[in-house]
Design a binder for this molecule. Structure first.
Ligand SMILES: Cc1cc2nc3c(=O)[nH]c(=O)nc-3n(C[C@H](O)[C@H](O)[C@H](O)COP(=O)(O)OP(=O)(O)OC[C@H]3O[C@@H](n4cnc5c(N)ncnc54)[C@H](O)[C@@H]3O)c2cc1C
Ligand code: FES
Length: 253
């Protein structure tokens, strides 16, 4: 784990109001795994005090990418940063996706900004496994396809190819999924992950999900990011340290 001042070398808006920062950070880029995250101090002074967590979106040489939209004060400040500005970054943090299991097809299921970790996952898997991606959002504007491969899209308002949730879309492909050895990788709002869990438990699909919650330290000290474990009643895991990626069977969503 490093704390580094890292320079923004590129800023893009691949979709309306979705920001992508390319950050030169050789120490972190050389070791970060897909699904791991960075805890970023977004301003140059003490406000906001707490760092904000962001998944690594992609890695290219000595650079890392993050993708975000404006939610509150921290992301509003981050969106104003430009090429040449530096960010104080803590990372890599947490446990990422295990891409090396025994499966033939990676099934990626993303809702809204839950798409953020998957360009890196896709890049690493593209020459090794078959990839099927399912991407959802409330409207077309929330369906983030940046860096995705072989995808189908869903939105609540029907403005993309399928009207409904991304899990409804996934269910339409059940027969196809059952005909191959798959592993599902999911990230998105908790309601989506709950619905994904029900689907995976019923159909006995192997699935890992990247979970989210408000965080402070980001590395297991403050105990501020508990998630309930299914393995032991009364036992909580820490999203920042034991996750954010968990086997979907192991946590209560
Ligand atoms: C491991 C991890 C990885 C993440 N990766 C990304 C990413 O790649 N891209 C991205 O855009 N966001 C990501 N997030 C969420 C991101 O950290 C928050 O959006 C960000 O901290 C919001 O900061 P803010 O100051 O703009 O909003 P705040 O002012 O802190 O919050 C604005 C509102 O959003 C709510 N909120 C804050 N954080 C979260 C959260 N994690 N989940 C649900 N509601 C929240 C607050 O309760 C509040 O109502 C990730 C979170 C975690 C835990
Ligand atoms: S954020 Fe501090 S323990 Fe997880």
């Amino acid at each position: 784990m490093f704390i580094v001042k890292s320079r923004i070398v590129e800023k893009k808006e691949p979709q309306n109001k979705i920001y992508l920062l390319k950050i030169h950070s050789p120490e972190i880029a050389s070791i970060i795994q897909p699904g791991q995250f960075l805890n970023i101090h977004v301003s140059d002074d003490s406000y906001p005090l707490l760092r904000r967590p962001f998944s690594v979106c992609d890695v290219e040489g000595e650079n890392i990418y993050i993708m975000f939209n404006i939610l509150g004060e921290g992301t509003r400040i981050l969106a104003k940063k430009n090429v040449g500005n530096s960010l104080d970054i803590l990372g890599p943090l947490g446990v990422g996706f295990n891409l090396d299991d025994d499966y033939e097809t990676a099934v990626i299921v993303a809702g809204g900004l839950g798409a953020a970790p998957f360009p890196y996952v896709t890049r690493l898997l593209r020459n090794k496994k078959k990839i099927l991606s399912f991407i959802g959002g409330k409207t077309e504007l929330d369906v983030i396809t940046y860096g995705m491969h072989n995808y189908k899209t869903a939105s609540d308002d029907g403005s993309v190819e399928f009207k409904g949730t991304v899990i409804d879309l996934l269910k339409t492909q059940l027969q196809h999924l059952q005909n191959q050895k798959i592993k599902i990788f999911g990230c998105g709002p908790t309601a989506m992950l709950r619905s994904l869990k029900q689907f995976c438990m019923e159909k006995e699909f192997n699935c890992e999900v990247s979970t989210e919650c408000a965080m402070a330290c980001g590395f297991g000290i403050c105990q501020g990011c508990p998630i309930e474990s299914t393995k032991n009643k009364d036992k909580y895991l820490l999203v920042c340290k034991n996750g954010p990626v968990f086997n979907i069977k192991d946590v209560i969503l």
